[in-house]
Design a protein around this ligand. Structure first.
Ligand code: NI
Length: 262
């Protein structure tokens, strides 16, 4: 789908390591298939999940399952398509933010009318102090303020690879290529029992323009998913909240956040 080609080009600029990893797999003769693509948004006005969803439905997507992440103040829907990757669309529930951070997010939402899921950041850059204020309240809130609407991650389908029979074998390859993995909750999240195993890299740290300067902050990461067949014999199409909650932390790189660029 052309929609994903344009998203990938933007994502590859945000996460050069992902483009490098895909090339390394293709150089070994692998065909890289997307298991799912994930988006982050704010649960208000034109950015809310319900307001963004029609863009996916118009592409032929169908709702699959809803998800809740109360510890992170997030909710999400998974979507499926007969001829495209699954989509995971999450949003920040604004009620969970302290009021100054919430007022800032509402200001950003008010300037995002007409934005699409490929819009990038649809508002003028926020100040560094505002970014830090959001970061203290919610890493997710700060990420959306800095990067806006774009692919947060693409996901390699382990099932579609020929030379990597397990997720572990792919993660070994990823590390041997020099890429860092998200180890929150262990390298592998999930299990055959829940029909889904996932892992991911840590997001690249890239320079981003703010209203009053440039900061190096985590951008986008690459995820890996191995799916198992359910009772009906077809591959599981859903997501596992306990695993996804840890995967969200792939953009949370602690001390690497928010250094001045240079
Ligand atoms: Ni994902």
């Amino acid at each position: 789908m052309q929609f994903f080609d344009a998203l990938w080009d933007d994502y590859a600029r945000m996460a050069p390591h992902a483009a490098g990893l895909r090339r390394a797999l293709e150089d070994r003769g692998e065909t890289v298939v997307n298991d799912h693509v994930a988006f982050r948004t704010y649960g208000c006005g034109p950015l809310a999940l319900e307001a963004r969803e029609p863009e996916l439905l118009a592409l032929g997507y169908r709702r699959h399952s809803p998800y809740e992440f109360p510890d992170k103040g997030l909710r999400a829907w998974g979507y499926v398509h007969d001829h495209g990757p699954r989509v995971f669309l999450s949003e920040l529930v604004l009620d969970t933010l302290p009021s100054p951070a919430r007022a800032l997010v509402e200001r950003l939402c008010a300037s995002a009318e007409g934005a699409s899921l490929r819009a990038g950041r649809p508002w003028p850059p926020v100040a560094i102090a505002e970014y830090r204020q959001l970061l203290a309240a919610s890493e997710y809130a700060a990420w959306v303020a800095a990067f806006g609407l774009r692919a947060n991650h693409f996901t390699i389908s382990v099932n579609a690879l020929r030379g990597f029979p397990t997720l572990e074998s792919l993660l070994d390859f990823v590390e041997a290529q020099g890429f860092r993995l998200n180890e929150s909750g262990g390298r592998v999240k999930g299990s055959p029992e829940v029909l889904l195993e996932q892992g991911s890299t840590l997001a690249d740290v890239v320079p981003v323009d703010f209203a009053d300067g440039v900061l190096e902050i985590p951008s986008c990461y690459y995820e890996f998913a191995r799916r198992y067949p359910g009772p009906d014999g077809s591959l599981y199409d859903g997501f596992v909240p306990a695993s996804a909650s840890r995967i969200f932390e792939s953009t949370d790189v602690g001390g690497r956040v928010g250094r001045p660029a240079g």
